[in-house]
Structures are given as structure tokens and as C-alpha cells.
Design a protein around this ligand. Structure first.
Ligand code: PBG
Length: 330
């Protein structure tokens, strides 16, 4: 039994010097924990900055290999791809999502050829391709579930065929994990992994992302009929249980920082790898404070990422991935 009474116990002793603090540290962030989300756009030329996400840009296909080089050099294990689809290619049924030569597929082929050791994560949802900005098919103003799932399955198979290693459905339709698993298996992609956005909340923190991929202006209404209510926690456990039953290999909680309680509860309940998405608004929030001189960039970044490890995450999707890896490897 530890004698917990003062002055026998002085907890500050274990904080006395750096060596001791390192010895008793309970959690550690490593480069192996990082997934780097990147934005891809049509055309060449210099990368175009995303105004609301200082330090983040949209990269054309011809600059993609160079852009990803930092991740390869730093041994970041995975990159998540997000296409900014030209408005002219968007329509109500997201047909561009099924084009074997769409931006995402082209980017996947380039990265696979150049950096085969990096796992590619493909976001499966229709919002980059619909002219109304919703993640599924809209009928009378409602995103219809089963019809949307049929297209999502084909989108997932299209991505797997282009070399995407980890399919990450972010659409929040019911039953999509099971349908996508069956579709992938049927197409011969039995080893393509599924990381489901199992508990994805209808969040204000996605604002800068929608700017980045150009889906924000177009979005009619909100996503509250499919993304989760921020008031709910038990429902997240229900979502995770269903996605696991349907064949998800890994699950994600999104956003990250306002939902650390969800991460902890999911990790405590299920023996599976849990990931967090530190989303665009979380990144923007930290960077805005940094740019105002109100917080230290490196410390705020590392503390926010360590928090995910402490909550139980196996890894984090973060726009800070390269900067964090530089510090970790430095
Ligand atoms: C699309 C998708 C979104 C994000 C990832 N995939 C936005 C949304 O649901 O509207 C957000 C990521 C971020 O904010 O960084 N289904």
C-alpha cells in the first residue's frame, strides 16, 4: 500500500528533475501515432494556402510527391487524402466519386508509386462531389440512407482499386460499414482496412475544412440528421458497437479535443484501436492563438496531441502531423 499521506508522500519529488519526469511519464506521443490529412486540388503551380488554416495548403497533383516527401522522410505512417473537387464536376448524385480517374484516385496512384511504405487513408463520403454539399443523396431535403450507402460502397471499391489502403467512411449513414466490407470483399480487397468515423458529431469545428475542399458555401442546411448530437455520449458507444459488428477494423472519434470523454469511454468499453481526428477548427483555433502571440506553437501542439494518447488513442489525424514529427524526430 502506498502511504498517501503528507509528508511521507510528496508527489512533487517525482517532478523534481527532467530525468525523473521522463522516467515516470505514463504516456508518450510517437511519430507512429500520426496520420497527416492533406488537401489535393486540380492543376499545377504552387500550393494554394487555406486562409483559415495557417500553414495548410491545397496541393496540385504535380506538386504532390514533393509535398508528401516530408512525411516519408519523417516516417509518418499514414496520409489521409481530401480532394477539392472543381465545382463543374459536382452534381446531385456525386458521380465524380465513382470516376476511377478522379482527383483522389490519381493522388493515390502517385503516392503509392512514390512512397509505397505510406498507408493511404481514403475518406468515403459524397460531400466533396455533391453540388449540395451533403455526404449522401438528397431527396426532398433529406439525405436518404440506403440509396446513399449503395453509392458509398462503389466509392470505397473505386478508392481501393486506386491503391487506398484504409477506407475511412465519414458519412454517418446507417449500415454503411457492413455494406462497404461486403463490397470490398466481393471485389477482392479482403485486406483493405476500414477505419470508421464511428462517432462523428455535427460540429462547428469542421468550418475551415469545408472552406478547404470548397463544400462549405454549397452546403444547404446542416448535417444534423446524420451526424451525432454533441449532447450524446451513450449513442457514441452504440455507434461504435454497430460499426465493429459490421466489420470496422479501427474506429474514430471526431472532433477530438471537445470529445476526449468519448474516446476514453470507447477505449474502456471496446478492445479495438481508437483514433481521434483533431479537426480543422481545432487546428485553426490553436494557430489563431499562436499567431496572436497568445500561446506557444510547439507546446500547445504537443500538449493537444498528448491528450489524445492519454485518453486512449492509438493515433491521431492531425494537420500538425509534419510539425509534430519534426519535433519528435529532431
Ligand atoms: C466529410 C468530412 C468532413 C471532415 C472530414 N470528412 C466535414 C464534414 O463532415 O462536413 C472534417 C475534417 C476537418 O474539419 O478537419 N464527410
Amino acid at each position: 500500500m502506498i502511504n498517501r499521506s503528507f509528508p511521507n508522500t510528496r508527489l512533487r519529488r517525482n517532478r523534481y528533475d527532467d530525468a525523473t519526469r521522463r522516467l515516470v511519464a505514463e504516456h508518450k506521443l510517437s511519430t507512429d501515432d500520426l496520420i497527416w490529412p492533406i488537401f489535393i486540388r486540380e492543376g499545377g503551380g504552387a500550393a494554394t494556402p487555406v486562409a483559415s488554416m495557417p500553414g495548410v495548403s491545397r496541393t496540385g497533383l504535380d506538386g504532390l510527391a514533393k509535398h508528401a516527401e516530408a512525411a516519408a522522410r519523417l516516417k509518418i505512417p499514414a496520409i489521409a487524402l481530401f480532394p477539392a473537387t472543381p465545382a463543374g464536376l459536382k452534381n446531385p448524385t456525386a458521380t465524380e466519386a465513382l470516376n476511377a480517374n478522379n482527383l483522389m484516385c490519381q493522388a493515390a496512384r502517385i503516392l503509392k508509386a512514390e512512397f509505397p511504405e505510406i498507408a493511404l487513408v481514403g475518406d468515403v463520403a459524397l460531400d466533396p462531389y455533391t453540388d449540395h454539399g451533403h455526404d449522401g443523396i438528397l431527396e426532398d431535403g433529406y439525405v436518404v440512407n440506403d440509396e446513399s450507402v449503395k453509392i458509398l460502397v462503389r466509392q470505397a471499391v473505386n478508392q481501393a482499386a486506386a491503391g487506398i489502403d484504409i477506407i475511412a467512411p465519414s458519412d454517418m449513414m446507417d449500415g454503411r460499414i457492413g455494406a462497404i466490407r461486403a463490397g470490398l470483399d466481393e471485389a477482392g480487397f479482403i485486406n483493405t482496412r476500414i477505419m470508421s468515423y464511428a462517432a462523428k458529431y455535427a460540429s462547428a469545428f469542421y468550418g475551415p475544412f469545408r472552406d478547404a475542399i470548397g463544400s462549405g458555401g454549397a452546403l444547404k442546411g446542416d448535417k444534423k440528421t446524420y451526424q451525432m448530437n454533441p449532447a450524446n455520449a451513450e449513442e457514441a458507444l452504440h455507434e461504435v458497437a454497430m460499426d465493429l459488428a459490421e466489420g470496422a477494423d479501427m474506429v474514430m472519434v471526431k472532433p477530438g479535443m471537445p470529445y476526449l470523454d468519448i474516446i476514453l469511454r470507447v477505449k474502456q468499453r471496446f478492445e479495438v484501436p481508437v483514433f481521434a481526428y483533431q479537426v480543422s477548427g481545432e487546428y485553426a483555433m490553436i494557430m489563431a492563438a499562436v499567431q496572436n502571440g497568445w500561446m506557444d506553437h510547439d507546446r500547445a501542439m504537443m500538449e493537444s496531441l498528448l491528450g489524445f494518447k492519454r485518453a486512449g488513442c492509438s493515433g491521431v489525424l492531425t494537420y500538425f502531423a509534419v510539425e509534430a514529427a519534426k519535433l519528435l524526430e529532431g
